[in-house]
Design a protein around this ligand. Structure first.
Ligand SMILES: [Zn+2]
Length: 102
């Protein structure tokens, strides 16, 4: 009780999009119940989008595991924190993750 599905959500990648009007917009690709999902409108409509494809191809490149890439100023403890739980991982990506522009 009190446990929500939120803990099953692992934020993988944040995208900054300059290609839409009025833009810019921020989209998040997450692993939710072992499925890759994106928050953009294209994904909502077709279950696929450029962000989704970007993440899926990178996962294929890294044996199914999306690589955690942090900004240079991230504390060294950030990587350890990210391994604790999906919630911690998502928090680390939000604070220190490298943002892709797409
Ligand atoms: Zn998308």
């Amino acid at each position: 009780m009190g446990e929500t599905l939120e803990s099953d959500v692992k934020l993988l990648q944040i995208f900054l999009s300059n290609s839409i009007v009025p833009g810019p917009a921020v989209y998040e690709v997450s692993l939710k119940n072992n499925k890759v999902v994106c928050t953009c409108a294209t994904f909502t409509g077709s279950r696929s989008c450029k962000h989704y494809k970007f993440v899926k191809s990178k996962m294929a490149e890294y044996s199914g595991e999306y690589p955690l890439e942090l900004i240079p100023s991230a504390p060294v403890t950030a990587y350890a924190q990210a391994t604790k739980s999906n919630k911690d991982y998502s928090q680390v990506v939000t604070m220190y993750g490298v943002v892709e522009v797409s």
